[in-house]
Design a protein around this ligand. Structure first.
Ligand code: FAD
Length: 366
C-alpha cells in the first residue's frame, strides 16, 4: 500500500474521470471496486471520508441561512495569545516513490478555533529564530477538513503539510541545517503534543454556497489540494445542508509529480463514484506522463488547457475558479489562459479583470 494512508480498496483504475465518459468509467469501475459501506464508517481510517449516513443531519455549525458568510470570523487567536491545540494524528499520505513527504495532520482545537471551508490556520513553531534572535513567526496552512473536522465533532482541524527540505547542490544531498522549521516540526510531531495555533485566516477561498447550482473549478498543485479536499468533503462527504442541496459541478484539477504523490485520491474516487454527475477529476502527473499535446511534461496548466473550451464556457456561465499551491504555478496558468483568450479573440487582461470584478477568481498561492 502507498504510505500509511492506505485504502483498503483497489487502486484507481484511470486518471481521468467525470461527466464526459462517466458511463464507461462507471462500467469499468463497477467491475473492480467493491461497494463502499454507506454507514458513516470511514473506509480509509481516521482521516478518510466518513460518508453521510442515510438521513444524517450535520447542522450544528451552520449559519442561518447556511450560506450567510457575514459571521465568518478571522484571527480569533493571534500570535501573542495563540490557542494551544493538541496533535491527534500525523500520517504520511504519499507513497514510497513520491519525491518529498506530505503528511495529513489532525489537530484538536477543542471547538475554540472555528473556521469555514477555505480558511487557513497559523502555526507558531517553538524556538528562537537565530536570524532575528526572537521567537519564530507564524506559518500559515490551508485547512483540509470541513468546519466539522474529519471526526464531525466540530473540534478538530486537518492540515496537509509538505516537509520543506533543502537540497544542497554542492553536497548533492539534503542539508538538515537548512530544512524548513515549521513543516518539519509539524511532520515530526506526535499524538498528544501541544501546538500553538492562530487564526483562522483568509476569506478569499470561501465557497459561494448561496447558489446550489454553482460550478466550482479547483486547480491545485501539491498541498494546494488542502482547501479543495475541504470543499469536496463539504459537498459530498457529509450530511450538511450545502452538500444536501448541491446540484452543481465540482471539478478538480490536481498536479503532482507522480501517482505516488496523489493526495486524498481514495476519498475523491469514492465521491466521484457516488456523484458522477456532480464531480469531475483530472490529474496532471508531471514526471510520469502522459505527455502534454506538445510532447512535453504534463503540468497543471496543460491539463486545464485540454478542457479550455469547457472551462471558459463554465466561467461565462458564472463558475468560480480557484487556484491553490506553490506560487510558481500561476505564471504557467496565466500564460495558458492568455493563449486561450487570444485564440478566442478575447483580451486576456479585460477577461481576467471581469472575472475578478464578479468575484469568480480566487487565488491562494505561497
Ligand atoms: P522555513 O523554515 O520558513 O524555510 C523556508 C524554506 O527555506 C524551506 O524550503 C527551507 O528548506 C529553506 N531554507 C531554510 N534555510 C535555508 C538556507 N539557509 N538557505 C536556503 N534555503 C533555506 N504549506 C503546506 O505544506 N501546506 C499548506 O496547506 C500550506 N498552506 C499555506 C497557505 C498559505 C495562505 C500560505 C501563505 C502558505 C501555506 N503553506 C502551506 C506554506 C507554509 O506556510 C510554509 O511556508 C512552509 O511549510 C515552509 O515553512 P517552514 O517553516 O517549514 O520553512
Amino acid at each position: 500500500a502507498a504510505g500509511a494512508y492506505a485504502f483498503t480498496g483497489p487502486a484507481p483504475v484511470a486518471l481521468r474521470h467525470g461527466r464526459a465518459g462517466a458511463l464507461s468509467q462507471r462500467l469499468s469501475m463497477a467491475a473492480t471496486i467493491p461497494k463502499v459501506p454507506f454507514s458513516g464508517v470511514s473506509p480509509t481510517g481516521p482521516s478518510g471520508p466518513t460518508l453521510p449516513a442515510p438521513g444524517e443531519d450535520l447542522e450544528f455549525l451552520e449559519a442561518k441561512p447556511y450560506w450567510d458568510q457575514s459571521g465568518v470570523q478571522v484571527n480569533i487567536a493571534k500570535q501573542k495569545n495563540p490557542l494551544i491545540g493538541k496533535i491527534i494524528s500525523v500520517q504520511r499520505i504519499v507513497g514510497p516513490n513520491s519525491p518529498g513527504e506530505t503528511c495529513n495532520i489532525i489537530i484538536d482545537h477543542q471547538g475554540k478555533l472555528p473556521y469555514w471551508e477555505g480558511q487557513s490556520y497559523g502555526v507558531v513553531p517553538p524556538g528562537i529564530d537565530p536570524k532575528k534572535n526572537k521567537p519564530y513567526g507564524v506559518r500559515l496552512y490551508s485547512i483540509a477538513s470541513t468546519r466539522y473536522g474529519d471526526d464531525k465533532t466540530g473540534k478538530t482541524t486537518t492540515l496537509c503539510v509538505r516537509r520543506a527540505t533543502y537540497w544542497c547542490p554542492e553536497l548533492k544531498a539534503e542539508d538538515p541545517a537548512k530544512k524548513g522549521v515549521c513543516s518539519n516540526y509539524l511532520c515530526d510531531s506526535k499524538p498528544g503534543d501541544e501546538i500553538s495555533l492562530t487564526g483562522p485566516s483568509g476569506k478569499v477561498m470561501l465557497m459561494p454556497e448561496d447558489d446550489p447550482n454553482m460550478t466550482y473549478i479547483m486547480v491545485a498543485t501539491g498541498t494546494g489540494i488542502a482547501p479543495f479536499r475541504s470543499f469536496l468533503r463539504r459537498l459530498f462527504g457529509e450530511g450538511n445542508p450545502a452538500g444536501k442541496n448541491f446540484k452543481g459541478l465540482a471539478w478538480l484539477f490536481l498536479g503532482v509529480a507522480n501517482k505516488d504523490s496523489l493526495l486524498y485520491d481514495e476519498e475523491f474516487q469514492v465521491y466521484l463514484r457516488q456523484n458522477p454527475d456532480k464531480m469531475r477529476l483530472d490529474y496532471a502527473l508531471s514526471r510520469e506522463g502522459p505527455l502534454n499535446k506538445k510532447g512535453g511534461k504534463m503540468y497543471i496548466q496543460d491539463k486545464v488547457e485540454e478542457y479550455a473550451d469547457e472551462v471558459f464556457d463554465a466561467l461565462d456561465k458564472g463558475a468560480h475558479i480557484y487556484f491553490c499551491g506553490l506560487k510558481g504555478m500561476m505564471p504557467g496558468i496565466q500564460d495558458m489562459l492568455r493563449g486561450v483568450c487570444e485564440s478566442k479573440g478575447l483580451n486576456f487582461e479585460e477577461y481576467l479583470e471581469g472575472l475578478k470584478k464578479k468575484g469568480q477568481w480566487h487565488v491562494e498561492v505561497y
